[in-house]
Design a protein around this ligand. Sequence first.
Ligand SMILES: [Fe+2]
Ligand SMILES: [Fe+2]
Length: 465
Amino acid sequence: MIYSFYHITDVHYFSKKNFACDWRTFPQPSTQICILKSEETFKKALEIIENDDETDTVIITGDLTNHGEEYSHTEMQALLREFTEKGGNPYVFTDTHDYPHFDIYSIDEKGEKIPAEHLPKEEVIPMYYPFGRDKAFDTFDDGTTYIAEILPGLYYIALGYEFTSEDRLHSPAFSDELMEWVKSHTERAKEKGATVICGTHWPIVAPSPAYDVIGKGNTFAEGERRAKELANMGVRLFFSGHTHIQCMKEIVSEKGNKLYSVQTSSLSGFPPKMRKITLDTDKGTVSIRTIDMELPDLGMTFTEYARKGFLGIIESIPYNMEHDVEAFANTEGGISLPKELILSHPRTVMYLGRKLNGLTYGKAAKFSKKYHDLKESDYEGVKDRKLVTLLLELVANLYRGNAPYSPDTAEYKIMMGCIRKIERLLSVLHIDAKKFLSGYTLSEFVEPLLYNSGPDDDNVDLSVK
Ligand SMILES: [Fe+2]
Ligand SMILES: [Fe+2]
């Protein structure tokens, strides 16, 4: 059998009804999500599916709304109803941002944020049952877990979980009872010759060491062990969102069974993407294709627009340090440095900015010359390029996956040369970077931001026998 379906996640829908002022004159806030475009992006995604002759099916793995505003939920529900009436077949899961955990706001007449009406979690969860759980043939009694036959012979398990941390918002975990329930279904599926795939909001394993460090507690407790258990049950594909990072991870159990963790970035964040999956159970192959979201009339691609919103502030830091200390202070240095501290030392800030902007690949190559095999002529073409542009690129690479600097490039050799020299200096000073990097070395932290050595994060053909 050949099965096709879509994966969408982290829509973060923000209703325009949340604006008392004219939303068209409201500047796009510098956040991860293009809240001004989330409606257009979601409608576009549904239109793509509606126009696809191969499938009407989509799994959506949570963060349906921006922060759980009532208007956003009622509109999201209406759009899913309309989609279903036109023949769409959605399988929805609600999660963190759909419940009132965060600062829930609307925008008043003056364009200021004010608290907004929200819905309690107990009301949100059943709102979406018609778009998932009501179509299930069995449910687990945590309120969110279900198993549905999303296409004839293809079972999808949306997995609920428990939080194991004290703040009840970190370190999710699958209970032993839930895993037993999943196992009983995978065994029955095997008897019937059906295929089982799984999904939830949070990634089962971290997309990268850098995310493991900055997003501590944002992946499953014992996720790798659970991923291997699922692989041994015959599950090959596991879909998630939450990190807003585009990533494909392969986990192999001790018995040699594989599970692919398909992590899709936010539909209205940076980079704005959705995926189409085509599974051929006779050949034992899966083809995963990524669609970059596009919107008209932006004067740039939607990916560039989303990048500006998300990384714009970070990308302006080096310039502002050297040339506009006031603007740098207003972003609190981008890293929460006190504004007063910045403004009381403008000359120091400008000096540091000049030094940072003055760093070039050439200077970095000389600094690390014992740690790479490049001759001056090898990096002649890039020697005057600013190192700061590469550093900013590494931040973008964390989110978009597929970092382009393979080990044979000058960029890779220079950057990793610098990292190895810094590691050497740290070891002389008896400083253990692993203590600050969740057990990773500095090299392990940086290398995946330069180069993706695993499966392609966007488009990949896999064997899932
Ligand atoms: Fe999200
Ligand atoms: Fe999330």
